[in-house]
Design a protein around this ligand. Structure first.
Ligand SMILES: Cc1ncc(C[n+]2csc(CCOP(=O)(O)OP(=O)(O)O)c2C)c(N)n1
Ligand SMILES: [Mg+2]
Length: 395
């Protein structure tokens, strides 16, 4: 298998798509200033008003009230699950948790845009995308409890394991996307990463490779304004979506707190990929409402005013306003969802507490297929350490 063959690959379908393969005509303002409101694709205002968009309306034109309620349900249940996980960490049941609070629209919109046969490469924060892919939320918690090394079979839902090595999954996604074109597959790949990750060499390399090999991959960057304590200004002097232009593929900035816009833009980008038109960079402009992880204290590096400004753009609230104003959901729907949320919280709590502790020595078996002298030494050291606890009986 040579990489040259995919470079010569022709678009699999001749559909021209809506955009060329270069340029950033959708969103044109060029400023690194955070104080300037960025130009972005928006279909629902923070007040829940539907606004027309000539380029992207078509991608959500057929959406039914039931599907809109479904998006709302996805976001509410994801937020509930996330809150439960944060609480479980505080209660000592999890070692760590990375909350997605505030990013529900970016994740549910993009996640629901994927097709079953598409393949998803997440970071460690994509709990909403996992939900859309059908990964049971309780499975996300094993690694954070320290009882397993992942928690789900990536190929069951085409949802890779969480990746902590910042940006590395964009290379995995690119390689995978180059591979599926050789298989003649008509599916696409989506790689999630953050604003901080955009500074990693891996991300730049994946942009180069995917562009020159015309790989069917969507780079979905959730710009949540922070990389732990570093603001986006420390990552880039231009809006992130504009980076794509230099690599020769389109970049779009979408309102990451608008689930409809995220759905529409991601559908467009995935369709481009499937049609053989190569990669797209989607920058979902959003906000990390909580701490980076439960080990972080954001009050040390950012003020309350910023959070308050973003609370007014809450992704769940704006869809609720739209559903209510358009009579697409009644009180009974919201009440039932509240009951369902509570049941989910309870199920997650119980599942976590029931997770069996792993064999303490299993970790040594996962490093090398055929063993290694250094690992043998470390295993022996660990065994001696364990044995030093008399009441533990050596384990
Ligand atoms: C290669 C690498 N460098 C550094 C880290 C430590 N680290 C963990 S999360 C993080 C910030 C990531 O920020 P961003 O990409 O914006 O994603 P977010 O956490 O905001 O979702 C860093 C530097 C890491 N995990 N991997
Ligand atoms: Mg970030």
């Amino acid at each position: 298998m040579t990489v040259e063959s995919s470079a010569a690959r022709k678009p699999r379908r001749s559909a021209a798509g809506k955009a060329g393969t270069t340029g950033t005509k959708r969103t044109t303002r060029s400023t690194a200033s955070k104080s300037t409101e960025p130009e972005l694709v928006q279909l629902l205002t923070p007040e829940g008003k539907r606004v027309k968009n000539a380029e992207y309306d078509a991608y959500v034109a057929g959406i039914t009230p039931e599907e809109l309620r479904g998006l709302y349900r996805d976001m509410v249940l994801t937020r509930r699950f996330d809150a439960e996980a944060t609480a479980l960490q505080r209660q000592g049941e999890l070692g760590l948790w990375a909350s997605l609070l505030g990013q529900e629209a970016a994740q549910i919109g993009s996640g629901r845009a994927t097709r079953e046969d598409d393949y998803v490469f997440p970071t460690y924060r994509e709990h909403g995308v996992a939900w859309c892919r059908g990964v049971d939320p309780t499975n996300l918690l094993g690694m954070f409890r320290g009882v397993n090394n992942g928690g789900w079979d990536p190929n069951s839902n085409n949802f890779q394991l969480y990746t902590i090595v910042i940006g590395s999954q964009t290379l995995h996604a690119t390689g995978y996307a180059m591979g599926i074109t050789k298989d003649g597959a008509d599916s696409a790949v989506i790689a999630y990463f953050g604003d901080g990750a955009s500074s990693q060499g891996d991300v730049a390399e994946s942009f180069t490779f995917s562009a020159v090999y015309n790989a069917p991959v969507v780079f979905f960057c959730q710009n949540n304004q922070w990389a732990i304590s570093e603001p986006t200004e420390r990552q880039t002097r231009v809006p992130l979506y504009q980076r794509a232009q230099g690599f020769g593929f389109p970049g779009v900035r979408v309102d990451g707190n608008d689930v409809l816009a995220c759905l529409a833009v991601t559908k467009w980008a995935l369709e481009r990929a499937r049609a053989g038109e190569g990669p797209t960079l989607v920058e979902a402009y959003t906000y990390r409402m909580g701490a980076h992880t439960t080990s972080d204290d954001p009050t040390r590096y950012r003020g309350d005013e910023e959070r308050q400004a973003w609370e007014a753009k809450d992704p769940i609230l704006r869809l609720r306003r739209y559903l209510e104003a358009s009579n697409h959901a009644d009180d009974a729907f919201f009440a039932e969802l509240e009951t369902e949320s509570e049941a989910l919280g309870k199920r997650v709590r119980e599942a976590v507490r029931a997770m069996p502790d792993p064999d303490h020595f299993a970790i040594f078996e996962n490093a090398y297929a055929d063993g290694h002298a250094l690992v043998d030494e470390e295993r022996a050291q660990f065994a001696a350490y364990q044995a030093s606890f008399a009441d533990e009986g050596g384990h």
